[in-house]
Design a protein. Structure first.
Length: 291
């Protein structure tokens, strides 16, 4: 047994690495339109390879070998958005600079603001920055840098104000920008009743680790989006518990770090996080009034 392990331990390591890689690849590409393309190309490649080997078609084998290199480059182009998202998540390292008490206060304020918006049927879209910066999206909106409060949120999202059309980005306890444009989701959305506001909320969480919150203008219903998935029609108690589950669990690994630094936050907001992305919001327009 020991002799077998000494001879084949490298094979076990290779299998483990490949399994982790394939699993992460699956998590990244599932539920996207590109997933169908990937499956289709893989099926064609497997069928042609098996057929050429079984029937000993030397010309086919030669063509497949040469085309494989070109196909690999084509896949990098086809799946560019998904690959950039995965690499950005891998490379992000900054944790929330809140301590637990300040996070609880912030989440309580945010929850109060969301439910006041819901009661008044004001359509709203919040994006909460986490470990990945949202600098590119902040630049599409109007800078504010104001401390979050229910009154400020109601003012921004009032239907008669100039900034209500778009998303608000939160970094720390501050609103850093309003009327921001988010890319519409590239995933297959089964519920056709979701409008641009919900699809934009999902889209941002597909390309970053931000958490987005949507208030429906038509029904007042509240939804949370995280990792490209949407949780709709949440009750107030469930909504508060879900926020604590998402953000307070993130802070458990950072409880011993220094508390929140307001001056440092301003520097973090304008820091260079990622190379400028060249993706343009799908649809080309700024209007996200529709739910």
């Amino acid at each position: 047994m020991l002799h077998f392990l000494q001879e084949h331990w490298r094979s076990a390591v290779e299998i483990l690495i490949l399994w982790v890689f394939i699993y992460q690849l699956y998590r990244t590409f599932r539920a996207t339109r590109g997933a169908r393309i990937l499956v289709g190309l893989a099926m064609i490649f497997v069928v042609l390879t098996l057929a050429s080997q079984f029937l000993q078609l030397e010309v086919m084998q030669f063509i497949i070998t040469r085309v494989a290199v070109v196909a690999a480059l084509a896949l990098l182009i086809i799946f560019q958005p998904e690959l950039r998202m995965a690499l950005a998540r891998l490379g992000s390292s900054r944790l929330w600079s809140f301590n637990s008490t300040q996070q609880q206060e912030f989440l309580g304020t945010l929850s109060d603001a969301v439910w006041q918006l819901s009661q008044k049927r004001y359509g709203a879209l919040f994006a909460i920055e986490r470990t990945m910066g949202l600098k590119d999206h902040i630049e599409t909106g109007v800078g504010i840098k104001g401390v979050l409060s229910p009154e400020l949120a109601l003012t921004i999202f009032h239907p008669k104000t100039a900034l209500h059309d778009g998303g608000v980005i939160l970094s720390g306890e501050r609103i850093v920008a309003a009327s921001c444009v988010f890319s519409v989701s590239q995933s297959e959305v089964g519920d056709r009743s979701m409008g641009l506001r919900h699809r934009a909320a999902i889209g941002l969480t597909e390309e970053s680790d931000a958490v987005t919150i949507v208030v429906s203008e038509e029904t007042g219903q509240v939804s949370i989006c995280i990792d490209g998935k949407i949780e709709r029609n949440l009750e107030e108690d469930v909504f508060r518990e879900r926020l604590e589950e998402i953000f307070l669990s993130d802070s458990d690994v950072d409880d011993n770090e220094e508390g929140f630094d307001e001056e440092g936050l301003d520097e973090e907001i304008i820091r260079e996080q990622l190379d400028s992305q060249d993706r343009v919001a799908a649809g080309g327009g700024r209007s996200m009034v529709s739910d």
